[in-house]
Design a protein around this ligand. Sequence first.
Ligand code: ARG
Ligand code: ZN
Length: 866
Amino acid sequence: LSKKRIDYKAPTHLVPNIHLTFELDPNETRVKNVMQIRRVDNSVDFLVLDGEGLQLTDIMIDSVPLTLDVDFWKDEHGLRIQCNKDEFTLTISNTISPINNTSLEGLYFSNGAYCTQCEAEGFRKISYFFDRPDILSIYTVCIRTNDTSLSYLLSNGNLISDNVNDTNMRECIWRDPFPKPCYLFALVAGHFDKLEDKFVTMSGRTIELLLFVDEGRKGQGQHALDSLKKAMRWDEETYGLEYDLDIYMIVAVDFFNMGAMENKGLNVFNSKFVLADSNTATDEDYFNIESIIAHEYFHNWTGNRVTCRDWFQLSLKEGLTVFRDQQFSADMFSPLITRIGQVKVMREHQFAEDASPMSHPIRPDEVMEMNNFYTVTVYDKGAEVIRMLHTLLGKRGFRQGMDLYFKRHDGQAVTCDDFVQAMQDANDIDLAHFKLWYSQSGTPEISIELSNDEDNMCRIGFRQFTQATADQAHKQALYVPIKVQCLNADGKAIKTGLANDTFVLTDSADSILILGDANKITPVFLQDFSAPVKIHFDYSGKQLLNIILNANNHYSKWEATQQLFFTWIKSVYLNECKLNAKVKEELTTLAGSLPELTLPDEVLAQLMTLPSLESCIAKLEQVNPLQLNKAYIKVRAYLASISVNYMLKHYHNINGKNDLPYAYQRQQVNGRKLKNVLLFNIACSGNELASALIKQQFEDASNMTDKLGALKAAQVYNIDLFDALMLSFEEQYTNDAVVMDKWFALHASIEKPDLLSQLDLLQAHKQFSITNPNKVRSLIGSFAFYNTVAFHQADGSGYKYLADYLLQLDKVNPQVASRLITPLIQYSQLENSFQEKIIVQLQRLYGAKGLSKDLFEKISKCLISK
Ligand code: ARG
Ligand code: ZN
């Protein structure tokens, strides 16, 4: 049932050219596929093509029709064709039904437009082909229709012709001169509004930029277009990489399974990551749009020009491209905020994945459904591994490695090993040990102890240990770069003598010596999250406060506050949710010192934000999430109440001077961020002034960030106020699908036990549809991922609710169902009584008829491990 990485076999045939003709029809689209095929292994006299859900109508080799069960055989996975030729033309015609394709994979028709999604293995739902990334072909695509409402007929590459043919059909022909795997093929046909722009590359070529959006949404496309131009410039300046085609197109659609897709010259985007104006998008949306536009653009080199040999190598393009988009965001916006955001993804999601039955290395060894491996491990841990290489080689060395990688592999389909080899050869360094990061799963845990040695020296001892994961029993010591800083008791930095302040732990245990007294030093470990690991070090509250007050690195201050918050939450949780004297005292010290810290807005906002409940759960074992949530709220409310005067003053201060017209500009963004963090905390304090402030901010808001900030504050402050504001919000935005997603998400995250019945009502809302992934994720996803009280209800009804929903959703869209099941498979930190109730639901799902491969793979892994 599953495929293994080690079973890779080179292709028996190549397809240098492919010519596709589409006659579009929602119910029955005709596809004619003419492949020029070359045999590379002449010991084989047959070929096997992938194809799923296709109606075969015609098949010929060199114009000679083939006979079923004589010349070729057919099953639900595709065709086996007898053929002994070295060079031939294979012509296959089939039909498909885009309107009935609710999986949103392959060619589908939604909202009046045709759209494709082929990565990873969706091309086989369009036509018979070698659906694997190491078959690179030059595509010529002809799109025909007699539906005059489809004003744009788009595919990859350059437009060759746009005519009306003899049968009165409009016909557009596209040709992409760059050989590509079929997962990068795209077709879009619909009626859109178009934004146009130009970009002049570093060598002086003019590129036409086109952005297609739903009718009437032109005003919301400028930020995406600006982001694209920034990304194009940045890649030239940073990596010397220039765009290659003469035209770059982006289409925004409302029905899309993920964020976006890097199809050659024709990106398809979830409209959520394109459409923005000050009234509809938050600062965070602006940030995400900029980063995802860049991500897809960067794929043109890391992914398209150099692609993956097989899907086990997915991190080759994704880890690297995520790393590149993070570098870009750091340069465009803020290194600190970008880094904090990424570290949260790792701690809240990736660590949880590694602790779950779905644990896998960044280069997986075994896969049943490839769509299940577009994971935070492959993407985000993959990016952390690239980041470590960057740290190790330095900016210049890394660039040299990239240059060599492109020099060697442009136009090829390669492996993660090829990438590391290029880095190694360009820098004359041995990366053999480092490479273990590609094959070993799990989160290394580093335990650190300080002790006094002779001659006034302090010994810092490091030990690393990686727990067995569901997929791998035995773990080895990894290459772990740990950035270290040491402060003395007054917060002055002590020299560590380490090159780049980094200690590289390569064995299971090692130690270093630094000058000083172990009882007086405050060490800071893993600065900037220098490796994707967990650190165990027994900090005192005093030490953490020392870091917060005195460390010169803002990241370290943030990290120390997170640690401190966690320590408090944990101690209150273990103390039957009661605040004890010691915690109160430490909270008071922190609250008292905040006003004295003169920090930039962006830093202060981060320091005043608690770690998420998810990240706290990930650090504990046998957790009762309901109790933990209570403790969490207790700590949050106490801290807010003792600093409420300071926060009110600060809030008014910022609010008073923020009357510039909205711009997505760093200083403004940071001001709004801090203001909204303050408002949220004021609401958490329960202070009676909050109500008026929330209402005022909601009504006065000139932008979505402030509006949403008011709603989030109302959500924790007073349900009646919240409901009233939500009603007005709904009236105002009822016609904007992207904004309504926020509305659904807010409703689904109110922490109240009778939420389930409200979810039923929301599902019946006229804007909700189970066929739209954004809606499903907003409503059901927000409930299951983030609503602790409703999801983890002690009687298991929250789990049952999700399972019931998944049974329905799996029939409509298995890919989305398989993402949504995550909260039910990441149970390893929960108390047994919760785990048991989850398992009951997983067993129910397992027994369901016609379960998708997607869900089957995940659920069976859970049940095997139990
Ligand atoms: N390659 C796309 C990106 O990272 C995402 C494709 C996700 N595909 C999937 N089957 N989940 O930008
Ligand atoms: Zn990507």
